[in-house]
Design a protein around this ligand. Structure first.
Ligand code: TMP
Length: 206
């Protein structure tokens, strides 16, 4: 089973993946936790380029191709082999993030995104996607608190520095994706406290 977690900055994905992992392991599932960008050795290098605030103003197509390169490496080296071995894969972001950020927010051609997805990923789709939804003001305020408290690796602030309007477009993009695929997406109210969000996710996993 392939399970992905999506949401804007500060939506609490990382914390909730930890809770989901614990629940699934307690229920005897063999799990792999991974993420995009940065789920492989090469991907970690790509992630550093993508999130470096010095890359402000990176051309949107450069950005897109770097995410796609990270994903090609990750899907072929981690996701597919883990699924083939019967494991449950919990992934922090996947292709929906590209549609929300590079498609809806940056305005790149959706048809191009979809072609790249078909060409490189053979249309591999998650079985379940949790969308942790909350207003960008709340998410960004949490994200900056974590950055200021030194809880994030290195300097990864290029997206947090984008304008609020950008994050609103990302949120709307995600919600639109959830409306288009109600069977796969579970929209979780991420404004709730950590334990309530955990319980909402566990209800679905159960
Ligand atoms: P993270 O902080 O949740 O690990 O995500 C890193 C950033 O990369 C986040 O701001 C969202 C962005 N992103 C994209 O713009 N497109 C993508 O395809 C992915 C996977 C992430």
């Amino acid at each position: 089973m392939f399970i992905t977690f999506e949401g804007i900055e500060g939506s609490g994905k990382t914390t909730q993946i930890r809770h989901a992992l614990k629940f699934l392991q307690q229920n005897g599932k063999d799990c792999v936790v991974t993420r995009e960008p940065g789920g492989t050795v090469t991907g970690q290098k790509i992630r550093a380029i993508l999130l470096d605030p010095e890359g402000k103003g990176m051309d949107p197509s450069t950005e897109l191709l770097l995410y796609v390169a990270d994903r090609a490496e990750h899907v072929n080296k981690v996701v597919k082999p883990s699924l083939a071995a019967g494991k449950t894969v919990l992934c922090d972001r996947y292709y929906d993030a590209t549609v929300a950020y590079q498609g809806y927010a940056r305005g790149l051609d959706m048809d191009l995104l979809s072609k790249l997805h078909k060409l490189i990923l053979n249309d591999l789709k998650p079985d379940i996607t949790f969308l942790l939804d909350l207003p960008p003001e709340a998410g960004l305020s949490r994200a900056w608190k974590q950055i200021e408290a030194g809880e994030r690796e290195g300097i990864e602030t290029r997206f947090e520095k984008e304008a609020l309007a950008f994050h609103e477009k990302v949120r709307e993009g995600y919600l639109e994706l959830a409306r288009l695929e109600p069977g796969r997406f579970f929209v979780i109210d991420a404004l709730k406290n950590e334990d309530d969000v955990r319980q909402d996710i566990i209800k679905v996993l159960s």
